[in-house]
Write a protein that binds this ligand. Structure first.
Ligand code: GLN
Length: 562
C-alpha cells in the first residue's frame, strides 16, 4: 500500500497540564487504529531526563524498565506500544536527553564539529531531528513520536524546538501535532474547566507550535460548550477537539473510544492520506471478554517488593490480564509484599485462597527471604507457580536449600560468601564495572526439553525470549539439583545457560530466567502465562492432577532434608 505516496508522515504527541495523563496509551491507541486502517506505523518516545536510558533507574522513579527484542532498556510506554499496536520496538524507539547529549559530546570530543561552538540550537536539536528521522523509511507510512514530560518543563524545551523546526522543514501535511491535555472537573464548582488546557496550548504557541488536534482527558463527559471553548481559545478546529474520558474497565477500551470519535480518520485527513475501513472486530471481542468473562473467579498472588507501585510490574500484570482473557476467566491479582513473609506472617495467611503464585523479577536483597518462603509454600502445597528472572533464581535457591539440603544456598548477589552459590555471575560479568547496559539483555534462543510443561505450552518452533539480568544459574550445581528432582527444561542452544527450571513432581511449577511478560499481547497471551493461568483454573476447580507416581507433597517430603 502506498497511501502516503512513499513518504513517511509524522505524528507528534505532546502532553500538557500534568503528567500521568496516559500519553503512552493514547499514542499506542492511535498507532493501533492507524494500523487497523492499513498503515504501517512506528512508535518512538523521546524522554527529557538525563539518564542515558532508564535501565539504571529504580522502579520508584519511572516504573518498570521495558526490554526490547534487541536489548534496549526502555521506558514502560514502549510496553504499551508493543501491546496495543503489535509492533516491535528497537533501540531506536526510545531516546533520552542523556542519550542525545552523549552522542553530541562524543562527536565534539572527536572533532566532528570542526572547531564550532557546540550549542543546544542547532546541534542538540539536529541530533533530536536525526533520531526522529530514523523512521523515515520505506517500510513506515506513519511515524508516531511521543514527547515525555509536560509542556512548560525546562527539560522538554530542546525537544519541542526540534519538533517546531521539523514541521517547518517538512510542511503541515507531513507532520502534525496532537496535544493531550486535561479538562478537570472541579468538584466545589460542579464544573469542568478548560482554562488549564488553554494555558498549556498557550505555552506551546510561545514555542511556535500550534497543535492540530487536542485530546482531552476528562473524568466526566465533555459538553458541546467545552469543545467550542477549547476550539476557540486554542485555535483548533472544533471537530479536531476530542474527549478521552476515563474508561470504566480496561485500558484496552481506549482505542475503541477514540475510534468512536473518528480520531484516526481525522489524522489521516489532515495528512492527506486515504481513509480506508477500520477493522477492530477481534479487539472489540477481546475487550468484551475481558469485561464479561464466562469462567470462574481466579486469584493470582504476585509476591514482589514494589507491590505498592502499580507501574513496577506493569508487563507482568498485563500478561496476567491477557492470560485471563485467553482462559476466559475473571482474573484478579493479589499483590503481596515479600517482606511481609519475613515479618512473621505465614504464607498460608498471606496467600490464602490464591489459585496460583507468581514471583517476578527484581534486584537487591530486600524481600528475598520472603520470596523464597512464597516459593516454598507454592512448591510444597502443589500450587501452580511461575517464577520470572529473580523469581526463578529464588526457586532454585529454595529447592537447593529445602530439597537438596544445601542450607546455605544463595545467589552471590545476596551473599558473596555462600558455600553453595547456586546463582552466580559468569566470568565475563565479574569484569564489568559499568552499571548501564551491561546485563544479559534482549532476546536469546531457548531449547526446550520434551515432555516438560514449557514444551507443552509453547507452539513448536523457535523459542526466543527477552532477558535483563546479571546473574545466572550456576552449572556446578546442575547435577545435584537434577538428582533431587528439579528438571532443567530450557537451556540455550549451546547448553551453556539454564533458561527454565521445573519441578516435574509438582502439578505446574515453571520458573524462567527470561521475562516472558514482555512478549505477551492482548490478542495473543504468552504461552507460559496462558498455561500458568490454565493450571490455576484447574487448581480452583480442584482438578489439578498431582502428576507423577506419588503426590507431589509426599515425593518432595521424601527428599526434604529438614
Ligand atoms: N537480580 C537478578 C540478576 O541480576 C535478577 C534480575 C531480574 O529479575 N531482572 O540476575
Amino acid at each position: 500500500m502506498q497511501q502516503t505516496a512513499g513518504k513517511t508522515r509524522h505524528v507528534f504527541i505532546t502532553g500538557g497540564v500534568v503528567s500521568s495523563l496516559g500519553k503512552g496509551i493514547t499514542a499506542a491507541s492511535i498507532a493501533l487504529l492507524l494500523k487497523r486502517r492499513g498503515y504501517r506505523v512506528s512508535l518512538q518516545k523521546l524522554d527529557p531526563y538525563l539518564n542515558v536510558d532508564p535501565g539504571t533507574m529504580s522502579p520508584y522513579q519511572h516504573g518498570e524498565v521495558y526490554v526490547t527484542e534487541d536489548g534496549a532498556e526502555t521506558d514502560l510506554d514502549l510496553g504499551h506500544y508493543e501491546r496495543f499496536a503489535e509492533i516491535e520496538c528497537t533501540q531506536e524507539s526510545n531516546y533520552t536527553t542523556g542519550r542525545i547529549y552523549s552522542s553530541v559530546i562524543a562527536r565534539e570530543r572527536s572533532g566532528d564539529y570542526l572547531g564550532k561552538t557546540v550549542q543546544v540550537i542547532p546541534h542538540i536539536t539536529d541530533e533530536i531531528k536525526t533520531a526522529i528521522r530514523v523512521f523515515d523509511r520505506p517500510d513506515v507510512d506513519i511515524a508516531i513520536t511521543e514527547i515525555g514530560g509536560t509542556v512548560g518543563d525546562i527539560e522538554s524545551l530542546p525537544f519541542l524546538e526540534a519538533l517546531r523546526q521539523f514541521r517547518q522543514e517538512v510542511g503541515a501535511g507531513e507532520a502534525i501535532f496532537i496535544h493531550l491535555t486535561l479538562v478537570p472537573f472541579i468538584r466545589a464548582a460542579g464544573e469542568m474547566k478548560t482554562k488549564p488546557s488553554q494555558q498549556s496550548v498557550g505555552i506551546l504557541r510561545e514555542i511556535g507550535i500550534i497543535p492540530d488536534m487536542l485530546v482531552c482527558r476528562c473524568e466526566k463527559p465533555m459538553q458541546p460548550e467545552h469543545f467550542e471553548k477549547l476550539a476557540l481559545f486554542c485555535n483548533v478546529r472544533r471537530e479536531l477537539v476530542f474527549a478521552e474520558q476515563d474508561v470504566a474497565h480496561t485500558i484496552y477500551e481506549v482505542p475503541l473510544e477514540l475510534a468512536k470519535q473518528d480520531l484516526d480518520k481525522y489524522i489521516l485527513e489532515l495528512m492527506g492520506c486515504h481513509v480506508s475501513d477500520l477493522e477492530m472486530k477481534n479487539w472489540q471481542s477481546m475487550v468484551d471478554r475481558l469485561i464479561h468473562p464466562g469462567g470462574p473467579k481466579i486469584e493470582i498472588g504476585v509476591v514482589g517488593k514494589y507491590i505498592s507501585l502499580k507501574d513496577a510490574y506493569k508487563s507482568i500484570y498485563e500478561a496476567l490480564v491477557h492470560a485471563g482473557v485467553a482462559n476466559d476467566v475473571d482474573l484478579t491479582i493479589r499483590r503481596v509484599e515479600a517482606e511481609e513473609f519475613e515479618q512473621g506472617k505465614r504464607p498460608e495467611e498471606l496467600l490464602a485462597g490464591c489459585d496460583a503464585v507468581l514471583v517476578p523479577g527484581g534486584f537487591g536483597n530486600r524481600g528475598i527471604e520472603g520470596k523464597i518462603a512464597a516459593v516454598r509454600y507454592a512448591r510444597e502445597n502443589g500450587i501452580p507457580f511461575l517464577g520470572i528472572c529473580l523469581g526463578m533464581q529464588c526457586a532454585v535457591i529454595e529447592f537447593a536449600r529445602t530439597v537438596c539440603g544445601l542450607h546455605d544456598a544463595n545467589s552471590t548477589e545476596f551473599d558473596a560468601d555462600t558455600s553453595a552459590p547456586v546463582i552466580d555471575l559468569m566470568e565475563e560479568q565479574k569484569k564489568v564495572h559499568d552499571m548501564g547496559g551491561t546485563m544479559r539483555l534482549g532476546a536469546y534462543d531457548c531449547k526446550l526439553a520434551e515432555g516438560s510443561n514449557a514444551a507443552a505450552a509453547y507452539p513448536k518452533g523457535r523459542v526466543r525470549e527477552r532477558h535483563r539480568h546479571r546473574y545466572e544459574f550456576n552449572n556446578a550445581f546442575r547435577d545435584v539439583l537434577i538428582s533431587h528432582g528439579m528438571s532443567l527444561s530450557g537451556v540455550t542452544p549451546n547448553d551453556l545457560l539454564v533458561e527454565i527450571v521445573e519441578v516435574p513432581r509438582h502439578p505446574w511449577f515453571v520458573a524462567c530466567q527470561f521475562h516472558p511478560e514482555f512478549k505477551s499481547r492482548p490478542l495473543a497471551a504468552h504461552p507460559l502465562f496462558r498455561e500458568f493461568v490454565a493450571a490455576a483454573v484447574k487448581k480452583n476447580a480442584g482438578e489439578l492432577q498431582e502428576t507423577g507416581r506419588e503426590s507431589s507433597r509426599q515425593a518432595l517430603a521424601d527428599h526434604t532434608h529438614e
